[in-house]
Structures are given as structure tokens and as C-alpha cells.
Write a protein that binds this ligand. Structure first.
Ligand SMILES: [Zn+2]
Length: 72
């Protein structure tokens, strides 16, 4: 069984803004898709606790974005 990550979990990731490894926190937020005007709500991403930079999207969120972009 696959472990799913939840809001509030901390993962180690490199913040490109701070240029160091941080314990980023998972949050759900609205993400605007590049090249489109679509905004996907409740996307699971991890954010740098220091600068608030969005570090990465969780795999489940990438699927979510794909579905939205395919849906015209
Ligand atoms: Zn940062």
C-alpha cells in the first residue's frame, strides 16, 4: 500500500529560493497553471517554511493538474 502524504506533513526538500534543504510543510492551495488561465484549487504542494516559496507539487497533484489541462 502506498503512503499518501497529508496536509501538515513535513518533508525534506531543497528550496530553490533559500538555496538549502528545508523541512517543507504540505499545504493545499490554488495553483495557476502556466500558459493557461486555469487555476486548480486544493492542490497539494510543499512550501518552504522560511520564505513561503512553493517547492514542489506532490505526485497526486500532478495528476490533478493533468486532468484539468486535458479538460477543455
Ligand atoms: Zn525558502
Amino acid at each position: 500500500m502506498q503512503t499518501t502524504q497529508n496536509v501538515g506533513d513535513y518533508i525534506s526538500n531543497t528550496c530553490r529560493h533559500c538555496n538549502r534543504i528545508v523541512s517543507s510543510r504540505l499545504v493545499r492551495k490554488s495553483v495557476a497553471l502556466a500558459r493557461t488561465r486555469l487555476v486548480v484549487r486544493d492542490v497539494l504542494v510543499d512550501e518552504c517554511p522560511d520564505c513561503g516559496h512553493m517547492i514542489s507539487l506532490m505526485p497526486e497533484s500532478i495528476e490533478q493538474l493533468r486532468e484539468v489541462s486535458a479538460w477543455k
